[in-house]
Design a protein around this ligand. Structure first.
Ligand SMILES: O=C(O)[C@H](O)[C@@H](O)[C@H](O)[C@H](O)COP(=O)(O)O
Length: 320
């Protein structure tokens, strides 16, 4: 079934080719030799599951805009290296826009593999050009463990990203690890309310926190944040931040943003890699139904949503 049509470009996009030429990473250079930049050239207009575009052909980058009932869903498919390059470029653009417009840039991090895809941000040109002092960093979910525990999303982000960029420590809003799950969730929500009031975080029309950028990962079961398939928390619409004590993915105790907050964001990046997630990606993009069997289908932000996929995660979107 072809549920929607898409405009493809098998060439580099303008943004990636610009970043690649600035980048001294040897892998980027090799790949750009294999796939020379043909900036902005649209080669074909075909449905997403287009026979000629098998992931086995190892395109450097395949870009697709998928037509969706309510407009366009942006999906880009990359090699893992180019995913990091493109994500860094987009994050830097947004940082620039929001720091200029509102003097602050509010960014929400997830746990999992997302952090390693931020790795290009800690290198030139971004390390020196981003206004790090304007960043405010939050977590969409956190495990109820000490901050120095291997399971801590704070530790993951600190070791892989935050320790390498000059974001002021007061702008890094870690979950309180001295409190039990319910208390930590309440305190985090109270802090969000304070920051909304003081306008550090923008407000949506319905009075919810409107983060400038929400960086989400997705599990193979389609979970996002700590919102798992068929869990009652998927329907939570009063609290901004809540807790779970029976997470099917260990550790069992976590705190998490709720969908109303996730969906109020100005910009959302779904960063999803690995073939193990291809079925969930396929269902989320193909049928457009919203069920609590696949929480990612409930990600439906007021602002922009863009999917960053690697070839494995996108593999079911292609016809062999
Ligand atoms: O705390 C968590 O467990 C994460 O925030 C979680 O929601 C994560 O983003 C996904 O499980 C994807 O993780 P991977 O990218 O590592 O598969």
């Amino acid at each position: 079934m072809m549920a929607f049509s898409a405009a493809f470009s098998t060439s580099y996009t303008l943004q990636s080719s610009l970043v690649c030429t600035q980048n001294s990473n040897p892998l980027s250079l090799n790949t750009s030799l294999l796939f020379p930049p043909q900036v902005g050239k649209k080669l074909v207009h075909q449905p997403l599951r287009y026979k000629g575009l098998s992931p086995k052909k190892r395109f450097g980058e395949i870009k697709a805009s998928i037509k969706w009932e309510k407009g366009f869903k942006k999906v880009e498919v990359f090699s893992k290296e180019h995913l990091a390059v493109s994500l860094a470029y987009d994050v830097a653009q947004l940082s620039n826009k929001f720091t200029k417009e509102r003097g602050a840039f509010t960014v929400v991090l997830s746990g999992g593999s997302l952090i390693k895809y931020l790795r290009k941000l800690v290198e030139p040109p971004y390390i020196d050009s981003i206004e790090w002092s304007k960043w405010h960093v939050f977590w969409v979910d956190e495990r109820v463990v000490p901050k120095d525990h291997l399971d801590s999303n704070y530790k993951l982000a600190y070791d892989g990203f935050l320790s390498k960029v000059p974001i002021p420590a007061v702008n890094v809003y870690a979950v309180d690890d001295a409190l039990p799950a319910d208390g930590a969730a309440d305190v985090y929500e109270t802090n969000l309310r304070r920051l909304v009031k003081s306008n550090v975080i923008s407000t949506s029309n319905s009075g919810l926190p409107k983060f400038d950028l929400m960086l989400l990962g997705m599990g193979p079961d389609g979970h996002v944040a700590s919102l798992f398939p068929e869990h009652p928390l998927l329907k939570e619409d009063q609290k901004w931040v809540t807790f779970i004590k029976d997470s099917p993915k260990p550790p069992p105790e976590r705190i998490t943003f709720t969908f109303p907050v996730i969906n109020s964001s100005s910009n959302t990046a779904m960063v999803v890699t690995g073939e193990g997630k291809s079925s969930a990606v396929y269902s989320a993009l193909e049928d457009g139904q919203k069920t609590d069997k696949l929480p990612v289908e409930l990600v439906s932000p007021e602002g922009e949503l863009k999917w960053y996929l690697d070839i494995g995660a996108a593999s079911k979107l292609f016809k062999d």
